[in-house]
Design a protein around this ligand. Structure first.
Ligand code: SF4
Length: 334
């Protein structure tokens, strides 16, 4: 099976040898896991290798718990640029391996460029997997007469966006007539559109298409408003605290928990690792959930929860019964 991701095995091996690591823990997003065999086989010649079977959602989700339990000091974390919303403890070392995708975006641009007709200046953005092709894409668009801006946000690469950080887009929003986000699926493009309220196209190299995010965003927003309005009737809230290192927000959770009680409603702090709908459903006495973990959960995944799930920035609208003032740009914690 050909590996569609660039994984520099000799560089990883060099790190392991330089570190004199006796055992390592490898973790990767589910999409990369099928292609780990070669890396695991090479690594296991010199060291004991453990591979995390858990999901690896982002740089927020570093397998520190597994490492501590197994007495491992070295984690090889694939698919993300670095830690997100978390500081790596000093007693653990983490090698982040981006794993760029090998799919070619130039061919998609060539075939789908008509979709960008009428827009003159483009804010070019990308998920980490395609960031190595962004300069080429910029030149290609410029050759076709577009003005192209690549914003530098909080993340290490110019133009890079992740689900909870679209600062590269915010930097140039207002200077561009649309964004073009190179990424698989609508997750990254949706974040850009919701945060900037600017026309956003996604170039998805896996399906070979450029598409407008707006119709999808409208449906998601309509569903979200419906869920927020359902939460208005809630009397009993479950405030979710995730123990994932970069999603752990117990201070905020406590603040919200106390606020809900001040409003004369009931609140319970629910501690989880993964925020799994089926686990939350066991708490049948809850009317709604407050999400203090990944800020995208209550937007992108709310259809999998049977009860309304609302975000940190949304609780005030619900408690004050002020849904008519709701502004997703302000409410979204990204
Ligand atoms: S969007 Fe969510 S899963 Fe992704 S890095 Fe941010 S907190 Fe983690």
């Amino acid at each position: 099976m050909e590996n569609p991701y660039e994984i520099n095995i000799s560089q990883i091996m060099k790190w392991v040898l330089d570190e004199k690591a006796k055992k390592v823990l490898v973790q990767a997003p589910d999409g990369i896991k099928p292609y780990l065999k070669e890396l695991l086989d090479v690594l296991s010649k010199n060291t004991d290798v453990y591979v995390s079977g858990s999901h690896t959602w982002g740089g927020c989700d570093i397998a520190l718990k597994e490492a501590y339990t197994l007495g491992i000091k070295h984690i090889i974390h694939l698919g993300h640029h670095g830690p997100v919303r978390v500081r790596i403890p000093e007693d653990v070392k983490v090698l982040f391996v981006p794993a760029f995708a090998k799919v070619d975006i130039e061919k998609v641009l060539e075939r789908e460029i008509e979709k960008l007709r009428g827009y003159t200046s483009i804010g070019l953005l990308s998920s980490l997997q395609h960031i190595n092709q962004l300069d080429n894409a910029k030149r290609s668009l410029e050759r076709r007469g577009y003005e192209v801006l690549i914003g530098m946000g909080n993340l290490p690469y110019p133009g890079q966006v992740i689900g909870c950080d679209v600062s590269a887009a915010v930097k140039v929003s207002g200077k561009v007539s649309c964004f073009l986000v190179v990424a698989g699926g609508f997750f990254h493009g949706l974040g850009v559109y919701l945060k900037t309220k600017t026309k956003t196209f996604v170039l998805d190299p896996y399906v070979g298409k450029i598409f407008d995010i707006e119709p999808i965003a409208k449906k998601i927003l309509a569903r979200h408003m419906y869920n927020l309005s359902r939460a208005l009737d809630a009397e009993t809230f479950g405030v979710i605290v995730s123990i994932k290192p970069g999603q752990y927000s117990v201070g905020k959770a406590l603040e919200i928990y106390r606020k809900i009680k001040r409003y004369g409603k009931k609140a319970y702090l629910i501690v989880v690792d993964e925020v799994e709908p089926s686990e939350l459903e066991n708490f049948a006495f809850l009317d709604a959930y407050i999400n203090t973990a990944c800020p995208r959960l209550n937007i992108d995944s709310e259809d999998v929860f049977k009860k309304p799930i609302i975000g940190i920035g949304e609780i005030d609208y619900v408690l004050r019964d002020e849904i008519e003032k709701y502004d997703i740009q302000k409410a979204l914690q990204i």
